[in-house]
Write a protein that binds this ligand. Structure first.
Ligand code: R5P
Length: 299
């Protein structure tokens, strides 16, 4: 392939590791860019690689999204202005998906607003297990092609390799989609708990009959661990039901403030996450399925 048409993978700050692994799998070049703040707090961006005529994949996971969004938007616009053939976004964690309805009068439905903003900035999007609940598919809110990579096969492989006699447990009905897929692929039984959320940090779960699974290791699986309130409640319940040393698996290690240490202190024997958000708990790599989803967009 002539050099000018080699696809370019451009990592935003903090995304270099995943970008490097993706570039290797995609035979792409890792490009360079610079992001900083002017003294007045405004964002400065600069592309340091030639993008003209090339397919560009910006890599930027979108936990703590507000500070990332403005430079991301400017970089995508700059790549277009400088002649990139196509500009896509690899956002392994996609923010704002949980505010998918107007729960209180006057609230913003920010999942759709965020989708409109990103859709205006890039030509395609690849993400991992976005929180699809009241919105059933990304196509409902994204105006550009948007692909959701499933983490379940990789999580199931991890469970098979590391947990003997697992019982896969979902902390709430929304988790059933991931929990069933993981359990089926791991050849394990699964149960789903019921959750009532009273506030950002106030969560209660109730348990169907898990005591009959005593002797198995509970593997709690959820898409996002944020305050860890959901996981902490679920850990308490499965332990009280006699399933000791539960393992917690989250796709996205968002972990607000001290959530990680609080979850360990609550009795999780181990906390494991995918590498969509850089964190000490990352143990499940997803660069292979993410690269497979990105490949058609770079052709
Ligand atoms: C929402 O239902 C999600 O699937 C997760 O259960 C939720 O985002 C976890 O949040 P937290 O860790 O704050 O309880």
């Amino acid at each position: 392939m002539p050099r000018g048409s080699t696809p370019l993978v451009l990592p935003m700050p903090g995304n270099g590791d995943l970008a490097g692994r993706l570039a290797r799998r995609l035979s792409a070049e890792v490009g360079a860019l610079s992001v900083r703040r002017f003294p007045d707090g405004e964002s400065y961006v600069r592309l340091l690689s030639n993008v003209a005529g090339r397919s560009v994949a910006l890599v930027c996971t979108l936990d703590r999204p507000d500070d990332k969004l403005v430079p991301l938007y400017f970089l995508a616009a700059t790549a277009r202005e400088l002649g990139a053939a196509r500009v896509g976004l690899v956002a392994p964690y996609l923010a704002y998906m949980r505010q998918d309805a107007r729960f209180q009068p006057g609230e913003g439905v920010t999942s759709a607003q965020f989708a409109r903003l990103l859709s205006s900035a890039v030509d395609w999007l690849v993400t991992v297990d976005p929180h699809l609940h009241r919105v059933a598919t990304l196509a409902e809110i994204y105006q550009v092609p948007a692909v959701a990579v499933a983490a379940a096969p990789a999580i199931a492989a991890w469970v098979r390799a590391h947990v003997a006699e697992p019982l896969v447990v979902g902390p709430d009905s929304e988790s059933e989609q991931w929990v069933r897929a993981v359990a089926d692929a791991a050849g394990a039984p699964h149960v789903v708990l019921a959750k009532v959320r009273r506030g950002d940090r106030d969560v209660e779960v109730s348990v169907p009959d898990v005591a009959r699974w005593r002797g198995r290791t509970a593997v709690l699986v959820d898409d996002i661990i944020s305050t860890a309130g959901t996981m902490i409640e679920a850990v308490g319940h499965v332990r009280r039901a006699g399933l000791v040393d539960p393992v917690c698996v989250g796709v996205h290690a968002v972990f607000a403030s001290d959530a990680y240490s609080e979850l360990l202190a609550a009795g999780a024997a181990r906390v494991v996450t995918c590498d969509t958000v850089l964190h000490a708990s990352n143990a499940i790599a997803l660069d292979e399925p993410v690269a497979a989803a990105v490949r058609p967009f770079l052709a």
